[in-house]
Design a protein around this ligand. Structure first.
Ligand code: UFG
Length: 342
């Protein structure tokens, strides 16, 4: 297939592009590079031997997306472009609602005009909100605890309504749990700008000496060791899930919306991740327990049964491999894509 990947220069996007190219698909990346580097395309070429074309375009610009689809006809799109920082979304709600929703309106409108109606959408386990206890399965009601999360809830709803209005649409809503890890080559990985919000990127910066110690946000949760439990999933498994979803949509007898959790099905605590990362880095990483972070829930993990059954997909890599691969990436690219190599 020929596939448009929005946000294809980003963390999840770049790994997904590699997987698509390796499976023989022809990829066109659209990315405004607001939170990514054009060097990613060089690295993808190193890994795959294929130069993937990039259009530096903001997906909210519908005219630009229409022009891209006219110039490079595609069979399907994978839509990952968007803003994703929870704390920032609390401070800048209008920017989050406008950007994430406009991107989806623009892409879906331009696709419909071009007659392309197969779409894989980047959603999040954040749509399970705070009301339920894990494991989370796809039929639970959705809600959110911050504007970023609401943009995912709302985009899912928009896409369900689009498919209800025109049964030719084939749409996958992929609810990612906590993506971590990097390509085993160490050539692509997560490159957060500024202060990392998420656990594993933060630990990687502690390990490489850019941060002093991990702050553990609370050890008084109702969990086995008192720290938060999350379903960490290797970004390579996540990328494979996108490929499986795309190919399943394309082969389906009929249109409609399908929702799949992409997670491993088990929870790992903050202290367990710290121990795994310390093993990967070969030394005990310092930490200090501080108070809970506002908005955090105690535990989140997937019920991945539907994805096993319908996609023939399951996550295969464990937390040690996730940390080892993150560490290889961080150690060889200590300041990310734009910094000097190690
Ligand atoms: N944590 C720390 N210290 C840190 C960072 C995180 O102790 O410096 C803890 C958190 O309290 C939590 C766990 O590590 O228990 C994981 O936190 P992350 O920030 O890595 O991940 P979250 O589960 O909070 O957030 C992720 C995604 C969001 C998404 C959310 C809900 O990053 O995009 O899951 O699905 F909204």
């Amino acid at each position: 297939m020929r596939v448009l990947v929005t946000g294809g220069a980003g963390y999840i996007g770049s790994h997904t592009v590699v997987r698509l190219v390796e499976a023989g698909h022809e990829v066109q990346v659209v990315d405004d590079l607001s939170n990514s580097s054009p060097i990613v395309l060089d690295r993808i070429e190193e890994i795959t031997g294929v130069r993937v074309p990039l259009d530096v375009v903001d997906v909210t610009d519908r005219g630009a997306v229409t022009a891209i689809l006219a110039q490079h006809p595609v069979d399907a799109a994978i839509h990952l472009a968007g803003l994703k920082a929870v704390g920032e979304s609390v401070e800048q709600p209008l920017r989050y609602y406008r950007t994430n929703l406009d991107a989806t309106f623009s892409l879906v409108g331009a696709m419909a005009d071009a007659g392309v109606r197969t779409l894989v959408f980047s959603s999040s386990a954040t749509v399970y909100g705070a009301q339920a206890s894990p494991p989370f399965e796809e039929d639970l009601p959705t809600s959110a605890t911050n504007p970023y999360g609401w943009t995912k809830v709302m985009q899912e709803q928009v896409l369900r309504d689009v498919a209800a209005g025109d049964p030719r649409w084939r749409i996958a809503l992929l609810r990612y749990f906590n993506p971590v890890g990097a390509h085993p080559s160490g050539r692509i990985g997560e490159d957060p700008q500024g202060h990392p919000n998420n656990l594993v990127p933060y630990l990687a910066q502690v390990a490489v000496g850019r941060r002093e110690k991990l702050l553990v946000f609370g050890d008084d949760y109702d969990t086995p060791d008192g720290t938060g439990l999350r379903d960490y999933i290797h970004v390579e498994d996540l990328a494979a899930g996108h490929l499986a979803a795309l190919e399943t949509l394309a082969a389906a007898d009929a249109g409609g919306v399908r929702t799949w959790n992409l997670g491993t099905g088990s929870g790992t605590s903050v202290l367990e991740v710290l121990a795994a990362f310390s093993r990967a880095a070969g030394r005990e990483l310092p930490h200090e327990v501080v108070g809970r972070r506002a908005g955090d829930i105690a535990a989140s993990w997937a019920d991945p049964t539907r994805a096993h059954r319908e996609l023939g997909w399951r996550a295969e890599k464990g937390i040690d491999e996730m940390c080892a691969d993150t560490w290889r990436w961080q150690e060889t690219n200590p300041a990310g894509y734009d910094g000097p190599p190690a």
